[in-house]
Design a protein around this ligand. Structure first.
Ligand SMILES: C[S@@+](CC[C@H](N)C(=O)[O-])C[C@H]1O[C@@H](n2cnc3c(N)ncnc32)[C@H](O)[C@@H]1O
Length: 234
């Protein structure tokens, strides 16, 4: 069976300096592995302290390539490589209006906020009230005050601020929720783990004038999307 082995919870011992060293090493590694390419995403990953988005008893594992459990039902902070894996093909860039479905820890929203800069906007939604409150606290403590945080079913998107240049869905769905495609700009891109015959594929979709074009990037393993378009009903 495919799955992740989560390390055991423990009292954290690492100091800030050690995390800083680990973060620099991780960025170098992600570049050499070919995940991290763009300067803006690289700078964002160097800037955001990932350990501040991780529950206390898993903090020491911040830079391990494993998803770590978050407060709430079936929520995780994704592995470090997941962020360039999603944001590089999306071409997330300065000035973009970005929607994230699956706020989780808030780390992905913080990275996106650094990438889009003050000319852009980040909107992020989580369905789980406990996970949502955890992310909200993390983002506040890290000094992010202008990310639009929404608690609810992200399968419906957030029409109020649409259309979006880029959309990222961080939970696995059976099909991409139609409201998200509707809320994407023409020329915009969306990325999501999509389940087919029990296997999850990371799919990149580009919205054209009267059509959408999609391509599979690789196989992945994410928690299930919940709510109206959820895959948790399988
Ligand atoms: C892999 S985690 C997200 C990781 C997150 N991007 C981060 O940086 O920590 C997936 C998240 O999707 C959320 N989720 C699942 N179904 C959802 C839905 N329909 N709408 C919004 N969030 C949903 C879960 O509660 C979970 O927090």
């Amino acid at each position: 069976m495919r799955g992740w082995i989560v390390p055991p919870p423990k009292e954290p011992t690492k100091l800030r300096e050690e995390f800083n060293k680990e973060r620099n090493k991780k960025v170098t590694q992600l570049i050499s592995q070919g995940y991290l390419k763009s300067e803006r995403i690289k700078e964002a990953m160097l800037k955001v302290s990932r350990e501040d988005f991780i529950p206390h008893q898993y903090r020491d594992y911040a830079h391990r390539e494993v998803p770590l459990p978050l407060p709430g039902e079936k929520a995780t902070i994704s592995c470090p490589h997941s962020y360039p894996l999603f944001y590089e093909p999306l071409g997330l860039d300065k000035g973009h209006k970005f929607l994230e479905v699956g706020l989780g820890s808030g780390y992905g929203a913080a990275i996106a906020r650094e990438v889009v800069g003050s000319d852009g906007l980040v909107v992020s939604i989580d369905i789980d009230p406990l996970t949502f409150e955890f992310a909200k606290k993390n983002l506040k403590n890290a000094g992010y005050k202008d990310i639009i945080l929404v608690q609810g079913d992200g399968g419906h998107g957030y029409p109020k601020l649409s259309p979006y240049d880029r959309i990222s869905v961080t939970a696995a769905c059976i099909g991409i929720p139609p409201p998200l495609v509707e809320q994407l700009k023409v020329g915009g891109r969306l990325i999501a783990p999509v389940i087919e015959n029990g296997i999850q594929y990371l799919v990149l979709l580009e919205k054209r004038d009267k059509s959408v074009r999609s391509k599979v990037i690789c196989e992945v393993l994410y928690v299930s999307l919940r709510g109206m378009y959820g895959s948790d009903k399988e």
